[in-house]
Design a protein around this ligand. Structure first.
Ligand code: AMP
Ligand code: GLY
Length: 427
């Protein structure tokens, strides 16, 4: 099979490496890809959001499967367009991707089908939103842009001033354009967070191994929110008992709800959960594999990913027995100094071989360029240094040993990935 993966980050690199293990695969393509991916798949310079350009590329390459990984093209309907052109795909159609594309849609879905989530109200004008904030007078409070906002559409306001400022910026200042014309004001929830990715063909849902992201830029969960500075799997807070409850109260009900709404979801549905004192609640849905969750989840997958993707497309997922390795995985993200705000690109990365790799780990490239035998930084998040081992402690040791051998000017990474998980295990 020839497979085209749409996207160009660490997540796409992880998907490509897992696809490469399949005996069914003869050729791998990626668009736009990146420096590291280009050492394993043929890359094409087409933007992930260029729907027409991507369909034209597919017509040229004639892949047997197109995997659409990022949120924007999914919400924009790339899967619909690929299907119309006759291609088998992995990923939801636009009418199902809305579960991530509109927070108002997802909140209303959860309310209608009694899926546990934080209390909320929807606002389209700032005066009513501010009146509501003053009336509630409870902080922190959570302000969310309705649409996609590059992962920056959620504000945890600590007081009235911050809350009002966020509302004004979003609705009146059009901070995220149309995406923030409507907002959700949500109850602040507390507890450990768990990411559960799942495979679903619209009827059957198969949760993957749980994981934990580390979203803040600095050690001890300080600094700004980022796309994710590291991950571990499995997540020790997510016990078998909690998993069983989530299946009954969240996963299965969500799949059924989407089906009843005439929006069957096929692909990877990501459940962002918070384990609150009142039980697990949904913080967010993503219509795709998480980044950098995928970098720790897929290395632990034992079943052929191509077979899973075919079963998802054909609606036969219930016939497949998806197996996982009984190991742990860790991914430490190495980022450009200054990320997630201002950073420089084009720095030469030292410590990688000609495949962009180093001993003992797998280095997933998120933002690199390959130039004449050298890798250069080309983004905020640059590398995801990933290890698997019998225990989380050993996986982390391998990741950090490798991180110590890779460097560039102003490199930045967190030193405490997995520490909270290790404490949870001991506690
Ligand atoms: P999102 O962009 O939806 O992934 O949200 C970013 C982060 O904001 C989440 O990972 C949570 O840590 C936090 N968050 C979102 N909603 C809530 C909430 N209702 N209560 C507390 N934290 C939240
Ligand atoms: N790591 C969180 C996300 O992919 O949205």
């Amino acid at each position: 099979m020839k497979i085209l993966v749409v996207g160009g980050g660490g997540r796409e690199h992880a998907i490509i490496m897992k696809l490469a293990e399949s005996p069914k695969v003869t050729e791998l393509y990626c668009a736009p890809g990146n420096g590291g991916i280009s050492r394993y798949a043929k890359c094409f310079d087409v933007k992930a959001t260029d729907i027409d350009g991507m369909v034209a590329l597919a017509k040229e390459l004639k892949p047997d499967l197109v995997v659409v990984a990022p949120d924007d093209p999914l919400v924009m309907g790339m899967v619909d367009k690929m299907n119309e052109a006759g291609f088998m795909t992995f990923g939801p159609k636009a009418n199902a991707a809305i579960i991530e594309g509109s927070k108002i849609f997802s909140k209303e879905l959860m309310k209608k089908y009694n899926i546990p989530t934080g209390k909320y109200e929807v606002f389209t004008d700032s005066d009513s939103a501010i009146a509501y904030i003053k009336e509630q007078n409870t902080y922190p409070t959570v302000i969310k842009a309705d649409g996609l906002a590059l992962g920056k559409g959620v504000i945890l306001a600590q007081n009235e001033t911050e809350a009002i400022e966020a509302v004004k910026e979003m609705i009146d200042g059009k901070k995220f354009g149309e995406s923030s014309a409507r907002i959700v004001i949500e109850e602040f929830l507390t507890g450990p967070e768990v990411s559960v990715l799942s495979f679903t063909d619209g009827k059957t849902v198969v949760p993957m191994i749980s994981s934990m992201d580390h979203k803040r830029a600095l050690d001890n969960d300080e600094g700004l929110n980022t796309g994710g500075m590291g991950t571990i799997a499995p997540n020790p807070y997510y016990t078998d008992e909690i998993a069983e409850t989530c299946m009954k109260t969240i996963f299965q009900p969500t799949i059924e709800a989407m089906q009843k709404e005439g929006r069957p979801f096929t692909g990877c549905l990501y459940f962002g959960l918070m384990l609150t004192p009142d039980g697990a609640k949904v913080i967010e849905y993503n219509c795709r594999f998480g980044d950098p969750e995928t970098q720790v989840v897929l290395p632990l997958l034992d079943t052929d990913l191509v077979e899973i993707m075919e079963a998802v497309y054909n609606g036969t997922l219930s016939e497949l027995n998806v197996q996982w390795k009984k190991e742990s995985a860790s991914c430490v993200v190495m980022a450009s100094g200054g990320y997630p705000v201002k950073y420089e690109s084009g720095k030469v990365i030292a410590g990688l071989d000609e495949k962009g790799q180093t001993d003992g780990v797998f280095v997933y490239h998120a933002g690199t360029k390959y130039n004449d035998g050298e890798f250069l930084t080309a983004g905020g998040r640059v590398l995801g240094v990933t290890a698997t081992a019998d225990t989380l402690e050993n996986a982390l040791a391998k990741s950090y040993q490798a991180v110590d051998t890779i460097t560039w000017e102003n490199v930045h990474f967190r030193h405490d990935i997995g520490q909270r998980a290790l404490r949870a295990k001991q506690g």
